[in-house]
Design a protein around this ligand. Structure first.
Ligand code: ATP
Ligand code: MG
Length: 562
């Protein structure tokens, strides 16, 4: 079967052009990229862009891509995050060449630091972190040199060794690169490269009490792994001179080229692990994989396909310019993919019982339903029909306007696949609410046609009451109702109170798998659905992955008019 993503046109962008040129010129015969997440949270849709880029170019140029954990912050990192990152990258469809951690290089990084000291290019500073910050200067004023800047190499080696041995408290000393306190680039004003942290690391335990800083670790890890192109987001552009400085000063296996690109910014979404973590910690969402979360695990639970996310990454492209992407772009990639993938079924979210008075009480007949309108390979299924059915409450109106083409007293509609029915009587509860409808059917209209050529405008979906599977169905809307929730001071102000709607009494056609598997359904007229990870035959729970149409686009268009 062809899916939109498999049919994709060849992707080009400025990074691919650079790599193609490097291969053509003979600079590299084999390219290696890496995706370097910090394991301090679950991956989100922004990371997906970087994953698709790094793994995608490696694949297309017959190179390799590593998954490297950037784990130099012992306090914030956890095994749970490591496991989830591996699962997400694999689910997106990518294979890493190797899966190291920056902590695997701690010994080598320490040796590199020692060699900087030996070259007179690093020193142990004994200013407090606050004093260091105060002396850093500003964008317009140069920084001030530390009084410890000119310690002898011997003293520096001795102090650094004692830092490693655990003789000092956190923040008492730090190792700094000796570059230029007057540099217009603040990153070059003697950046800290090692700090003291008496903390247990998730993988090295208590072996270390000094930890290397990101800028020092990152370029050296790249060089150790023989990375050819180190792709990162634009905020690291000002760090590139430092990236290159370390690699120029030290004797490393190679000198990777750092190339920056614009990060993904998606409207109505947050891509900050810190803020997403806050939603998880406060119980505002049902964990990192809540189907409303912009995390890869949340999107997976909701029913996104890896193909739709990869296709989205191709479509949005890779540039040097920041821009905000419409949420509709992602949603449409998903709709396009699910349209060709999802089996069709009927289900009712808000049931209203109808009784067909002239249909024999014990009779059941079966209609053939195509599982996909275009692909015969998907097969057909038998849809049971009987005297008592459920229809959608929204498909009935007691005082219907003329243009309401669904069911109303005295009016006729077509039941999808089945018969024409007419509403004869409305039965109410004591409180005045509607309990059920008494209808009649036209036996001549089997399959939805009438011999007299009579036409009805409306076709509605239904489920046989006696055969229905009871299910809880969850509909999702956007988690945030402001365009750029990252701008808000307080994340609580950005939440859409209607992001989760539960339909406790859903009724599903019987031929539906209720335990979790990657099988997507289109419930006709309602959208795309998938069994939730907690769904089972005993307690079926379905997630609405996506509606059939983009209702937000309409809302936004109307807002623009006003
Ligand atoms: P966060 O702010 O959510 O913690 P981060 O950038 O600190 O994100 P990392 O784990 O360091 O998270 O990210 C790993 C890689 O993913 C980095 O190379 C980073 O540039 C990239 N990345 C993160 N967010 C985005 C995004 N929105 N668009 C594209 N790439 C991203
Ligand atoms: Mg980071």
């Amino acid at each position: 079967m062809n899916t939109p993503s498999e049919d994709r046109a060849p992707v080009t962008n400025f990074i691919r052009d650079i790599i193609a040129h490097d291969i053509k010129s003979g600079k590299h015969s084999h390219i290696i990229t890496r995706f370097p997440p910090e394991p301090n949270g679950y991956l989100h849709i922004g990371h997906a862009k970087s994953i698709c880029l790094n793994f995608g170019v490696a694949q297309d140029f017959n190179g390799d891509c590593n998954l490297r954990f950037d784990d130099t912050n012992p306090e914030k990192e956890e095994q749970e995050y490591i496991d989830s990152i591996r699962e997400d990258v694999a689910w997106l469809g990518f294979k890493w060449k190797s899966n190291p951690s920056a902590s695997d290089y701690f010994d080598q990084l320490y040796e590199y630091a020692v060699s900087l000291i030996n070259k007179g290019l690093a020193y142990v500073d004994s200013l407090s972190p606050d004093e260091m910050r105060a002396q850093r200067g500003t964008l317009t004023e140069p920084g001030t040199e530390s009084p410890y800047r000119n310690r002898s190499i011997e003293d520096n080696l001795d102090f650094f060794k004692r830092m490693k041995a655990g003789e000092f408290a956190d923040g008492e000393h730090a190792l700094r690169a000796k570059i230029d306190m007057a540099s217009p680039n603040i990153n070059l004003r003697d950046p800290v490269i090692y700090r003291i942290r008496h903390a247990t690391h998730h993988s090295t335990g208590d072996l270390w009490c000094i930890y290397p800083m990101y800028d020092f670790t990152h370029c050296l890890s790249d060089a150790i792994e023989g990375i050819t192109h180190s792709l990162c987001t634009l905020e690291f552009e000002d760090h590139r001179p430092l990236y290159d400085w370390f690699l120029d000063q030290l004797d490393t296996p190679c000198h990777p080229r750092q190339i920056e690109f614009a990060r993904l910014q998606l409207k109505y979404t947050l891509t900050s692990k810190r803020k997403l973590n806050q939603l998880v910690q406060e119980g505002i969402v049902d964990g990192w994989d809540d189907p409303r979360m912009p995390t890869i695990s949340g999107m997976r639970r909701r029913g996104f396909t890896p193909e739709s996310i990869r296709n989205f990454s191709d479509i949005i492209g890779v540039t040097k310019k920041d821009s905000m992407i419409e949420m509709g772009v992602l949603e449409n990639c998903l709709r396009e993919d699910l349209n060709v993938r999802a089996q069709r079924r009927m289900a009712v979210l808000n049931p209203l019982k109808i009784i067909i008075e002239n249909y024999p009480e014990d009779q059941v007949e079966y209609f053939d339903g195509k599982n996909h309108p275009q692909y015969p390979d998907f097969g057909t299924r038998k849809i049971p029909f009987s005297r008592e059915l459920y229809i959608e409450q929204e498909d009935f109106m007691e005082d219907a306007p003329r243009k309401f083409f669904r069911l109303a007293p005295g009016r006729e509609v077509r039941l999808r696949f089945a018969y024409y029915i007419t509403c004869q009587q409305v039965i109410k509860n004591e409180d005045g609410s509607i309990r059920e409808l008494i209808c009649s059917y036209d036996p001549e209209s089997r399959g939805g046609n009438t011999p007299d050529g009579r036409k009805v405008k409306g076709t509605i979906h239904w489920v046989s009451a006696a055969h229905a599977i009871d299910a809880e169905v969850r509909s999702y809307d956007r988690l945030f109702n402001v365009v750029n929730p990252a701008r808000a001071e307080d994340v609580h102000d950005t939440l859409n109170p209607k992001s989760l709607q539960i339909h406790p009494n859903g009724k599903l056609e019987p031929e539906i798998e209720t335990s979790r598997q990657p099988l997507a359904y289109q419930f006709e007229r309602l959208g795309y659905f998938i069994a939730d990870k907690h769904s089972s035959a005993e307690k079926p729970v379905f997630n609405r992955t996506m509606s059939l149409r983009d209702s937000w686009a309409k809302i936004e268009k109307e807002q623009d008019k006003n």
